[in-house]
Design a protein around this ligand. Sequence first.
Ligand code: ADP
Ligand code: MG
Length: 282
Amino acid sequence: MTLRHTPAAQSAGSEAGAAAVSVRATSKVFPSKAGDVTALDGIELTVREGEFVSLIGPSGCGKSTLLRLIADLDTATSGTIEVFGKPAARARRDQDYGIAFQQAGLLPWRTVAANIALPLEVHGVGSAQRKARVAPLADLVGLSDFADRYPDQLSGGMQQRVAIARALAEQPRLLLMDEPFGALDEMTRERMQAELSRIAAETGAAVVFVTHSIPEAVFLSDRVVVMSPRPGRITTVISTGFGGDLPRADSLRETPEFFARVTAVREALHGAPVPGAGREQR
Ligand SMILES: Nc1ncnc2c1ncn2[C@@H]1O[C@H](COP(=O)(O)OP(=O)(O)O)[C@@H](O)[C@H]1O
Ligand SMILES: [Mg+2]
């Protein structure tokens, strides 16, 4: 079995050559008695197949809301959202993407292997086939020796690896991740970033990745999307230029190019002009 998705594995109905994610003229308003909250306004975003895009911005700027709209966990007030050329709701039914959040959200009474297998079980994949899929996934996230352990026997980083393997169980062409490493210490976090870069390269999946961390966004991404608060808008999109360089080497973090991109994202976040970074087609 290969972990890389193939055209044969693509769900029926997806348009050939369609972007992984297409968000057009999208807004989201949360009504409230104290006055409506415009969480997102005029969002335009395209994520190409296999592309790694981070969303970064101050707390409350609508990053999680945008991810939830793409995942069809909530509906937009206006606009159009497509995943692989289909409406988000259809993509959700077709299991076109995997999701991982800040909390690993593992079932404590299930082993590592059984947690990874959960989505397959829910969708009626037989036991033999589940076993055949779980082994390479556990291997991919470096947990082959821990398949029979329970979540409370694992470190936070290991639990997050299980969550990533579970998100990959159905070989999605898209991963949606909301601060998946937010609860980890800095050392573990950097290790997980390198792992995720390798996993994204090996599976060829597109990733939409929400983070607070500038270096994390720069290290992982082809493009970093900078958002402003209330109403949440995309203010700047910065291409890292590290795109084809996969998987990322840890040494990248010490290069002048890396520092330059970190500075560009920081200035964009703080509203300063970003010379050369420019606004680009998104
Ligand atoms: N279910 C909800 N009901 C009302 N307001 C919400 C809801 N979810 C988010 N918001 C508001 O929308 C804005 C954006 O939230 P969120 O997407 O969680 O931001 P971020 O993930 O960037 O921190 C915030 O002002 C938040 O209070
Ligand atoms: Mg959030």
